[in-house]
Design a protein around this ligand. Structure first.
Ligand code: SF4
Length: 253
């Protein structure tokens, strides 16, 4: 097919996807997180849930388990995670009865080539996140029409206008954010009402949990995400893109 026809076709697909996402946002505007997740599974094609099994992940995982225990759950193991996270992932999956959890890792060949000593994070944390998170996840998402995330508006400036449904730049997939409008209090209440187990590091001062070398405890009054890439001018992990590109150090939008 000639290039101009390919571009026309891609433009048509992109417009159709944008219209589908706008229609989904209009339909679910006043609905609950549970309805949004249910609607995504019904109306948005093949969908996976991506979870870090971090500080608040159990909310979304519980919601998914109530709807369908066989939903594909993708867990990206960067091989830099806290041992507590690996243990928590297994305990929560078992307790909620999730039957389709897939552990995603970077290809050994890629690690040997680009980060043989595990030190890439020190000189280029963005490249490390791309190697250990973004590329493995994008590979795992091939064949899916969309994915569910636990992102919320209150978490950072780059998420302040988050909608329930978004078009993911550059992939033609839909991103679903059922908890977009939730406040920290909503998360706390949901966990308590459903007696969900908390990640053990929360009680030790980690309200947001990523890789062990890039996560530190936060002090009273600090932003909950202040312990992520502390002093590195970096907010996002590379899994999530802003305005069509990864948020790199020094250019937070
Ligand atoms: Fe690498 Fe840190 Fe990103 Fe983990 S959070 S992938 S260790 S830079």
């Amino acid at each position: 097919m000639p290039l101009d026809e390919i571009q026309t076709e891609l433009g048509r697909e992109r417009r159709a996807l944008t219209e589908q996402v706008a229609a989904l946002n209009a339909r679910y505007r006043h609905h609950s997180a549970h309805d949004v997740m249910h609607g995504a599974l019904e109306d948005a094609g093949e969908i996976a849930l991506v979870s870090s099994f971090g500080a608040e992940s159990v909310v979304l995982l519980h919601m998914a388990a109530v709807i369908d225990k066989s939903i594909p759950v993708l867990f990206v193991d960067t091989q830099m995670l806290f041992t507590e996270t690996l243990v928590y992932q297994q305990e929560v999956s078992e307790r909620l009865g999730l039957r389709n959890v897939r552990v995603i890792r970077a290809e050994e060949e890629d690690l040997q080539r680009d980060d043989p000593y595990g030190a890439l994070r020190l000189r280029d944390p963005d490249a490390c996140c791309v190697l250990r998170k973004t590329i493995p996840l994008q590979r795992a998402l091939a064949g899916y029409d969309g994915w569910i995330t636990g992102r919320k508006r209150f978490q950072s400036g780059t998420r302040a206008a988050l909608e329930f449904f978004e078009v993911e730049d550059g992939t033609g997939r839909i991103k679903v954010n059922p908890l977009a409008h939730w406040a920290p209090e909503d998360v706390r209440v949901y966990m308590e009402e459903n007696r969900l187990p908390r990640h053990p590091l929360v009680a030790r001062g980690y309200p947001s949990i990523g890789c062990a070398p890039c996560t530190s405890p936060v002090k009273e009054g600090e932003d909950p995400r202040a312990g992520r890439w502390r002093d590195q001018n970096k907010e996002e992990c590379g899994i999530h893109f802003v305005n069509g590109k990864m948020v790199r150090a020094g250019e937070k939008e």
